[in-house]
Design a protein around this ligand. Structure first.
Ligand code: MSP
Length: 516
């Protein structure tokens, strides 16, 4: 396709309430991946937003005694505020109540409705509906006692005239699509789930409602409003210009990665590509579905009363530690239990002791022994295997980030930290410093250590932009970190002797376990 653009999306979140750390999980992951592509010099378009229509929102607003528009207008800034504090650097924020989105949804509906194959038709629907999922379920999907498998709350019987989308007609094309593109759904467990859902046979799904009015009316029958998934999924093409700027759309689409949680795989990997095929639009390149953060073995959620607001952790750990923890602790793609204890342990072990201590030791020694200046790179060979370790780790980090495996990527980066800390112990520069005849050796060792810090600052920037920026400042190169590229990290010897470094505040102050 010859594109020079990386287009990544997060789900758009329901603003029926404020975010919890489960929502922030995919926001942080998508941001780190987006920043990594920027580090590689690519043009990046990172989209996020809020999913503002539907019964769930209408009910939340009704319970508060205000109209839904006012509800979402009040709620949306509270999401953006969290993203700002989490250093989420999105390029566009879409609200499904915006006119540009209405235009795109209407165009998509018209395109599918008018495609000559009757892919949208009217019928009566009676089914078991979970308001929290905004999904109909069959009896066999439900838990014992007729509970929703996700929310474990009773489903409701709903009967109404609905327009349907003829999903059943797309099973073969979907199968062919996924069989030809093994990485179109990741991880493998989700791909298998999608393939088996398609093979079991697909049922048409309903795309409109008359039982509530908080949504976009169908252009050919305005008594009906568009049901939430047809509205929500379309955000990904709205923001790319569909319905408003066709040239832009041609350049932007398809999206490279839709980052989502595993609960919305069916909608993203089956409904969405079929809807697009029906309109003659290419499906997204990849859907990447991560697992759940769990508490007591269950999905963390407000409904389970286990939702933790990100601010509760940010105040204690800081944004960089927050981002590091969630991407490093939970194997991306699997479920993972959140616990404060594991967060404290990881913070102290890997950030305060690991990265923070390495930086402060090296910068303190540069201060004490070389008046804060980067010493000359003398005494060839003293750098040991550090250049190779940095290059190998950076290559692995890059490959893992490109494959959207941030946990494995961070493990690769941490090898640099572990090796550099061992190198300090092996070479013991603090001992050499006592012997004036070892000045050259001391100089070579500290040069290599500072050079490793330079590489680390560049490599850490996608995951911990704030801390990487502070480390970069302390190294004093005078160039903006944002202009550094992946290849700069591995060009050993870039740090100019004589550069004035400055040991600043600790990058990661220790966190006390008792204070919890
Ligand atoms: N509005 C829909 C998505 C439409 S996308 C076209 C929606 N919104 S949501 O607010 O309920 O969820 C948004 C994302 O948060 C989903 O990817 C979901 O998986 C994720 N998470 C919500 N709770 C979670 C955890 N406990 N753990 C990890 N992520 C989870 O669905």
């Amino acid at each position: 396709m010859g594109r020079d653009l990386f287009y990544i999306t997060t789900p758009i979140y329901y603003p029926n309430d404020v975010p919890h750390i489960g929502h922030a999980y995919d926001a942080v992951a998508a941001d780190a991946i987006a920043r990594h592509h920027r580090l590689r010099g690519e043009e990046v378009f990172h989209l996020t937003g809020t999913d503002e229509h539907g019964l769930k929102i209408q009910r939340a607003a009704g319970a508060a005694g205000i109209d839904p528009q006012r509800w979402v207008d009040d709620m949306e800034p509270r999401w953006r505020e969290v993203w700002a504090r989490l250093d989420i650097g999105y390029d566009d924020y879409i609200r499904t109540t915006e006119p540009r989105h209405q235009q795109a949804v209407v165009k998509l509906l018209d395109d599918v409705h008018g495609n000559g194959r009757e892919d949208i038709y009217l019928d009566t629907y009676e089914g078991l509906y979970c308001v929290s999922c905004e999904l109909y379920y069959t009896e066999s999907d439900l838990l014992e006692g007729g509970l929703c498998p996700i929310h474990e709350r009773p489903v409701e019987v709903m009967k109404e005239d609905n327009y349907f989308f003829r999903l059943s007609a797309y099973a073969d094309r979907l199968l062919e699509h996924y069989e030809q593109r093994p990485s179109a759904v990741e991880p493998e467990s989700r791909r298998n789930e999608v393939l088996s859902l398609i093979r079991r046979g697909l049922q048409d799904f309903s795309i409109s409602r008359t039982s509530f009015d908080w949504g976009i009316p169908l252009p050919w029958d305005p008594e009906h409003v568009t049901y939430v998934w047809f509205d929500a999924l379309t955000n990904y093409i709205t923001a790319a210009g569909y319905g408003t700027d066709e040239d832009r759309f041609a350049r932007m689409w398809p999206a490279n990665v839709h980052m989502i949680g595993k609960d919305i795989v069916r909608q993203h990997a089956i409904y969405w590509p079929a809807m697009l095929m029906a309109a003659g639009i290419e499906p997204p390149t990849q859907v990447w579905a991560h697992g759940f953060l769990t508490v007591g073995g269950k999905k963390m959620s407000k409904t389970n009363l286990t939702g933790i607001h990100p601010f509760e952790l940010l105040e204690r750990f800081g944004v960089d530690s927050y981002r590091w923890y969630f991407l490093r602790e939970v194997q991306f793609g699997q479920d993972g239990a959140f616990s404060l204890e594991s967060m404290i342990d990881r913070h102290n072990a890997e950030l305060a002791n690991g990265i923070g201590n390495l930086a402060s030791r090296v910068l303190a020694m540069l201060g004490s022994y070389f008046d804060g200046e980067v010493p000359p790179n003398v005494g060839g060979g003293l750098e040991s295997d550090l250049p190779q370790v940095v290059a190998a780790a950076a290559a692995r980090y890059d490959a893992e980030m490109l494959a959207v495996r941030p946990t494995a990527a961070l493990a690769a980066l941490y090898e640099i930290v572990a090796r550099a800390n061992r190198y300090m112990v092996e070479r013991s520069p603090w001992t050499l410093a006592k012997d004036p005849s070892s000045r050259d050796q001391l100089s070579g060792i500290l040069y290599a250590s500072a050079e490793t810090l330079r590489a680390l600052a560049i490599l850490l920037a996608a995951v911990m932009p704030g801390a990487a920026g502070r480390l970069w400042e302390q190294l004093g190169t005078g160039e903006p970190l944002a202009e550094q590229r992946l290849e700069d990290a591995v060009s050993w010897g870039r740090l100019v002797p004589g550069t004035r470094t400055r040991k600043g505040e600790a990058l990661f102050p220790r966190v006390d376990a008792e204070a919890s």
